[in-house]
Design a protein around this ligand. Structure first.
Ligand code: ADP
Ligand code: UDP
Length: 237
């Protein structure tokens, strides 16, 4: 399958059409952005790591019963995926308080929740991805109640499965963001990516941050952290 026209260029990936109208090629870039694109940079080697990591994790989730967009990894940066119509919700699951949750509610980063907490943001850069609840999502016709219930169920299962995978690598899954999309027949699939760009991953022993927060907060060692999580995952699978 070959790349045809560039359909979309996002902050971290390019999306290309293919000869098959039901399939797309996603190409992962080394570009990094944070704070609604106000901070920009490059994380050398990130594209290849995020491509491989997303595919390893999605293949595992698929085996465990979560339908995903993954078709086939084509090369180090590119993957063939099923084309979906993305539901414009950032589905965020948190196990430990961090980032915007800590800031918004004044909770110390590192506070462990009794149970995972799920939230939705409206995926709209111009609006700054505002937080929204189920009623808002229904009012905006982003998804039906039934779809929201299914998305919630998938997201919590993904949290349990990813938590187990990362625990086996000596890494704590603090939080993550996923996106879902609809096939033409309405079936919902996990799409986009799962990587240190979209998850908070802390070393289980030292609590050292091994994710994009190293870039967001200028902590240094960004590339080394991405390489380390990838190596730990590859060894554990
Ligand atoms: P952003 O749009 O936030 O800058 P990216 O640079 O990661 O993000 O761009 C990738 C885009 O492709 C995102 O908008 C994402 O929602 C979309 N996408 C991911 N998987 C699929 C898919 N299977 N079908 C259609 N679009 C997808
Ligand atoms: N996240 C993401 N894309 C976004 C917003 C958040 O991948 O546009 C991820 C982020 O990496 C973290 C989780 O979702 O793993 C929760 O992020 P949070 O709401 O704390 O926002 P942030 O601190 O990134 O502003």
């Amino acid at each position: 399958m070959e790349k045809q026209e560039l359909l979309y260029e996002g902050k971290a990936k390019q999306v290309y059409a293919t000869q098959d109208p039901g399939l797309l090629i996603v190409a992962y870039k080394d570009d990094a952005t944070a704070f609604d694109g106000r901070k920009r940079g490059t994380i050398q080697g990130k594209g290849a790591i995020n491509n491989r990591m997303t595919n390893l994790l999605m293949a595992r989730l698929e085996r465990e019963g979560i339908p995903t967009h993954l078709v086939e990894e084509l090369n180090s940066r590119e993957t063939l995926v099923k084309k979906v119509s993305i539901i414009p919700l950032e589905v965020i699951v948190r196990n430990i308080a961090a980032g915007s949750f800590s800031k918004r509610y004044g909770v110390e980063e590192g506070t462990v929740f009794d149970a995972p907490t799920l939230e939705f943001s409206y995926k709209d850069d111009a609006l700054g991805d505002p937080l929204l609840n189920d009623d808002h999502a229904v009012a905006l016709a982003l998804a039906s109640r039934e779809e929201l219930a299914l998305i919630r169920r998938y997201a919590l299962t993904i949290d349990r499965l990813l938590g187990e995978i990362w625990r086996a690598c000596g890494i704590t899954l603090v939080d993550f963001k996923v996106e879902f999309g609809r096939l033409e027949d309405g079936r919902i699939l996990l799409a986009d990516e799962i990587s240190p760009d979209t998850c908070r991953l802390w070393d289980a022993e030292t609590q050292e941050k091994l994710d994009k927060d190293r870039f967001r907060r200028d902590l240094g060692g960004v590339e080394a952290a991405y390489i380390q999580v990838m190596e730990r995952l590859a060894k554990s699978l």
